[in-house]
Ligand binder design. Sequence first.
Ligand SMILES: *Cc1c(COP(=O)(O)O)cnc(C)c1O
Length: 404
Amino acid sequence: MKYINKSFSIEKVKAQNLAKKFNTPIYCYSYKQLKVNINNFKKNFKYFSPLVCFAIKANTNVNLIREIKKLGLGADVVSIGEMMKALKAGINPKKIVFSGVGKTYAEISYAIDKKILLINAESKSEIIEIEKVAKSKNKIIDIGIRLNPNTDAKTLSQISTGKKENKFGVNKKTFFKLVEYSKNSKNIKLKCLSVHIGSQIVDHKPYEKMLKIVDEIIKKTNHKFQFIDLGGGMGISYDDNNKKLNYKKYSIAIKKILKNHNSKIIFEPGRAIVGNIGVLISKIIYIKENGKKDFIILDAAMNDLMRPALYGANHRIIPALKTSQVSKRIYEFVGPICESTDKFSTIKKFQKLKEKDLIVICDVGAYGMSLSSNYNVRPKPIEILIKGSKINIIKKRQKLIDLI
Ligand SMILES: *Cc1c(COP(=O)(O)O)cnc(C)c1O
């Protein structure tokens, strides 16, 4: 994605032309960037050839998931709906892992019928439920147990999951007990230790800490884990001075613990695969002067992209058409929704904007469309996948009539 003759382009297609053709707002993804991300991920961890399961919740567009599948990834799902989408996209069940703290009987039953690779359990009650379902089907089911390693991921508190106060996984003491419990079960087989300490992690040190704990715990259990599922969380760069996770350093730390354990590594990256492949193209409806700043009122809002309102996340905003005129005003980019948190960003130095101009909100491929809603009875945007100069509509814009 770059400017071609001052016009922001996704591969060979100008954002401007897309807006003209399809109206706004538009979620637009680059296939080339997706391929780069996946190949780069695989390359950096190839030493131990992990099973890479894309975390479906980051982007649930089934046509996009199909492309991700074709590029060799499996899926990490957190609901029956996500499992259905992963299967519909053609992902091999033997490459699907099922995470989450509240899997229901029906979800477990479906997972067993579909013969997925692993159900990663997060509590004793859940293990008992899995046993119950397995017993009723007269089967032995492979499970993982998710450990809460009590490590600070050094990320936004709202997307931190590996500290003891978080609802995810079980603590060390419970983990040991559950390993023992599983050994005596007739209907489950403990195959995996799983962890996932949070999202948008840009420092490798929390991962090193997590790995040290995983290493110690496995040694203590004296159980052979066929898989170690390290979850996702790999952070990307959302702005120019924002660093991203150093894969090499993470990879070296993993290699170290693998000397002690003969296990297959599973990863569950979401954001790292799709975060930077997508932009949200939006049109300025009005510009409203207010003291020192102008409100730039966009046709995209928090219902389309919820991350800023939900966890104060910041997304770069850039003009669709570059000019050399700099505005003297402070711009506050907002949506039309009746909430004060419906605000994307405040920018001091931006190029001079006028009503009907187009802007581009960057890096929205992960947790963008998947977190969108119909709040204020606003239809969800169209989703487009660009391959070179080819425009593929991978999801139509919702029709107002379907919402009424
Ligand atoms: C959300 C989630 C992921 C993906 O997180 P990213 O930060 O997008 O990589 C992976 N595993 C589990 C269990 C999750 O809940």
